[in-house]
Design a protein. Structure first.
Length: 562
């Protein structure tokens, strides 16, 4: 007799049985969270889950960090825009001093050929053109060291030029998704304009310009300097091209040596940039990062970028996202090229970049890696140009690391923890360690060890104390790379002050093991809490993914009334 196929009910019963078995195993072996209530005898055998990474020397000038890349690689490529034509802005970009650099690779990596058919500029071009823009802004009454520039523009060379220009002029810069200027996003635009109060606004075209004009009038803000990327701007606006031409006129020229000297001696407490959170937990919050904070991030993350892997660092995220802001500056510090695509984290564009433009560095989440793999199977090729893969996310499994290693066979894979509120609090000590030898907490991979310049602790919200090593609690971080508070004093509960200092309450559930490695289990709000302990969603997702043969799975908690 032929065997009848399993019904949906039978499948659900099997799945329910597997989940019950897995939950029991999770409580007993993988995630021993009941250790929070361990006996005093056991507590005495463990040290506290609090680590100070030690002293980190730093320079209090973002420009001095960028100057390292400029000095090391003046004729090498600094920016490659895959979606912009090679002749884009040809009339305002300073010509390269070295013609050969347009057809050769970056730095010492001769295996990477020059880009073809797209816009690419060198460090000398970037620096000299940004100086012209700086002169144009000063002639329009921008105030070095005091003005605030708001950008609502897509990824492209304009973003790179304006960022370098702001660093030179010591102007606070704020990048926002241009879509916020739409009708549906107008309320959010007004909130940002109200909190930032920009003295300079730069936007992509007529539609966004009109929305900004209305917001400025509605909020009764002082009229800012208005700049459009459109060559035919609206009334009251000037074009970026016109601003650059104005800056190159004899009467508007500024002393480059004095400009650079002032940038090299910046005020460490000045706000370098403001990044807004994604708003997934509510209204987006503004994160003002001081010059000292950004400098510490650049210094403490020096382990991530080097002359080789930064040759073509693919920046897939939009410039309004924290990861893009940090990666841009880190790449320039190393003397590498920022490679940009048009749509934020677009899988097809990322895959095409991997196929045709040989990026050497890429940052992905586990779900992005799965999507890239699926896209690559349509027309298979080997992504062997990538030398370093940065994996990020709320919780990263060993399986996700193995997937990335298989996808990029010549790359070293690392986990890097980042937040809009700052970063650089951890470093990855396993670049030379085989994946199967990396310590793990169940299926979870650690995010690394505590970096110099930062302190980390695991906090019990029930007992209001630091837990012991190998116990689970809430991740708190303090250090010079983090913001002091959100703009407008929002979410004061995200910060905690005590005798040790000013702590950021991350909202992550984490653990520190006996070797000082930190593992994030996920967002605290996503944990499934029962009388027996905490169940980590990513652990359930991993089991179901394996059962279903690699399909993507997402677990969502909800309250259950007993």
């Amino acid at each position: 007799m032929a065997k009848e196929p399993s019904s949906p009910t039978q499948f659900m019963l099997i799945l329910f049985f597997l989940l019950r078995r897995f939950t029991a195993l999770l409580r007993q072996i993988l995630f021993p969270v009941k250790a929070v209530h361990a006996s005093n005898e056991r507590k005495a055998q463990h040290s506290l889950a609090e680590i100070n990474g030690g002293y980190l020397p730093r320079m209090n000038s973002v420009f001095r960090h960028l100057e390292q890349g400029l000095s090391r690689n003046p004729d090498g490529l600094a920016v490659i825009c895959l979606h912009q034509k090679a002749h884009h802005l040809f009339d305002i970009l300073e010509p390269p001093k070295c013609k050969k650099c347009l057809t050769s690779g970056n730095l010492e990596d001769t295996s990477v050929s020059g880009p073809k058919g797209c816009l690419a500029i060198t460090y000398e071009q970037l620096d000299r053109t940004a100086q012209k823009l700086a002169a144009g802004l000063v002639s329009a009454h921008a105030r070095p060291g005091a003005s605030t520039l708001l950008m609502l523009i897509p990824n492209g060379v304009e973003y790179a030029l304006l960022t370098w220009c702001c660093v030179l002029l010591r102007i606070t810069y704020v990048c926002v998704d241009p879509d916020i200027a739409s009708v549906s996003g107008y309320r959010g635009l007004k909130d940002i304009m109200r909190s930032v109060r920009p003295s300079i606004v730069v936007t992509a075209g007529v539609t966004q310009a009109a929305a900004l004009d209305i917001a400025i009038e509605d909020l009764n803000l002082p009229p800012p300097i208005r700049v459009s990327l459109d060559d035919d701007p609206s009334k009251g606006w000037r074009s970026l091209r016109g601003l650059s031409i104005r800056g190159s006129s004899p009467g508007a020229a500024i002393d480059a040596s004095k400009l650079r000297e002032a940038a090299a001696h910046d005020d460490p407490n000045r706000i370098n940039s403001i990044i807004f959170t994604s708003g997934t937990s509510g209204t987006p919050k503004g994160c003002p990062l001081r010059v000292a904070s950004m400098c510490q991030i650049l210094q403490s993350q020096s382990w991530l970028f080097n002359e080789s892997n930064s040759a073509r660092a693919l920046q897939a995220a939009h410039n309004s996202r924290g990861i893009a802001a940090f990666q841009t500056l880190q790449t320039w510090k190393a003397g590498g090229a920022v490679v940009m695509i048009s749509k934020s984290c677009d899988i097809q564009e990322m895959t095409q970049a991997l196929r045709h433009h040989a990026p050497t560095f890429i940052a992905v989440s586990p779900s992005m890696a799965v999507a890239i793999r699926e896209e690559m199977t349509k027309d298979p090729f080997i992504a062997d140009s990538v030398k370093t893969v940065q994996v990020g996310g709320e919780a990263v499994t060993i399986g996700a690391m193995e997937d990335c290693s298989a996808l990029f066979p010549c790359a070293k894979v690392c986990v890097n923890h980042g937040m809009t509120e700052g970063g650089g609090s951890f470093y990855w000590p396993f670049f030379d360690t085989p994946l199967d030898q990396i310590p793990r907490f169940g299926e979870l991979c650690p995010i690394g060890a505590v970096a110099p310049g930062s302190a980390v602790r695991i906090w019990s919200t029930s007992t209001q104390r630091v837990v012991q090593r190998c116990e689970v609690g809430e991740l708190h971080i303090r250090g010079g790379s983090l913001l002091r508070q959100y703009m407008g004093g929002k979410s004061p509960g995200s910060f905690h002050d005590d005798d040790c200092g000013h702590w950021l309450v991350t909202g992550d559930t984490a653990m520190i093991d006996q070797d000082g490695l930190v593992t994030i289990l996920g967002r605290s709000k996503d944990m499934i809490v029962s009388s027996a302990g905490i169940i980590v969603p990513v652990a359930i997702e991993t089991v179901i993914q394996k059962y279903l043969g690699g399909s993507q799975v997402q677990t969502r908690p909800f309250c259950h009334q007993y």
